[in-house]
Design a binder for this molecule. Structure first.
Ligand SMILES: [Zn+2]
Length: 70
């Protein structure tokens, strides 16, 4: 995958979870715990924490996660 910021090839890897699923949480949800849980996106499975396939650009210091890889 090409980095959308600099156009160079990105390195493929994974963010590894431990025991609990890796989950994206909206800032709105973090600031207000009473908001419904649909403001979160589970990035890995419950079993063993799982891993999230991730592309990394070292030059731009960016990570990209494709929802289709979840
Ligand atoms: Zn880049």
């Amino acid at each position: 995958m090409k980095c959308p910021y600099c156009g160079e090839e990105m390195e493929k890897g994974a963010i590894e979870g431990y025991r609990i699923p890796v989950t994206w949480v909206s800032d709105k949800r973090i600031e207000n715990k009473l908001l419904p849980l649909h403001k979160t996106i589970k990035l890995s499975s419950f079993s063993g924490g799982g891993e999230v396939k991730t592309w990394h650009c070292e030059k731009c210091r960016k990570f990209i996660i494709d929802e289709d890889d979840l």
